[in-house]
Write a protein that binds this ligand. Structure first.
Ligand code: IMP
Length: 178
């Protein structure tokens, strides 16, 4: 069972659902005079994005991009666009959906890219924020939860592509890293 690898649950499904309601309300208010293009970064943002958009009560459009920067638990520092957008975002208000802001390298690169494609505004909503790990000066405008410097899995977050389907954010048992 997947659950046997979990050392502890950090954020429960109920807490995530409640926070998504608050974030959705805030985003709906902030974007009430526009139709934001909500861009999920594959694959980690999928469960969070699914929950969040149910709580966005204004018109919005959904898109996906895939970037890769990680291997195992260590950042490679290099961000590659694996799947680019297949539409124009010129003059669009873009909201990036991310699972976690860690070093910040991914977001810096993606934000720059979206501005270079002509976006009018680019903001970020992230389920998790790990500010103690930041290497570049970037912050998400909307944050679900700020967490300490621990490697987390679940609700989209993986270790070697595993554990994304856990319905909560948790910490892995040490023996599972080996
Ligand atoms: P950044 O570029 O260092 O901010 O890294 C962002 C990406 O690294 C996230 O989208 C995750 O895919 C991955 N990542 C960072 N920290 C964790 C973690 O604790 N668990 C799982 N993935 C993580």
């Amino acid at each position: 069972m997947l659950m046997d690898d979990v050392k502890k649950i950090l954020i429960s499904q109920e807490e995530i659902d409640a926070r998504c309601k608050e974030l959705g309300k805030q985003i709906s208010e902030d974007y009430s005079d526009t139709v934001p293009v909500v861009i999920g970064l594959l694959k980690g943002s999928v469960p969070f994005m699914a929950e969040l958009i149910k709580n966005i009560t204004i018109d919005c459009e959904l898109e996906f991009m895939a970037v890769s920067s990680y291997s195992g638990t260590e950042s490679m520092g290099d961000v590659k666009i694996v799947k680019d957008l297949d539409r124009s975002i010129i003059d669009c208000d873009v909201l990036i959906v991310e699972d976690i802001v860690d070093t910040g390298n991914t977001l810096l690169k993606v934000k720059d890219l979206l501005y270079s494609k002509g976006a009018r505004s680019v903001r970020v909503v992230s389920l998790l924020d790990k500010p103690s790990r930041r290497l570049v000066d970037i912050e998400a405008e909307y944050i679900g939860f700020t967490i300490p410097n621990e490697f987390v899995i679940g609700f989209g977050l993986d270790f070697n592509q595993k554990y994304r389907n856990l319905p909560f954010v948790g910490v892995l048992k040490e023996e599972c890293y080996r």
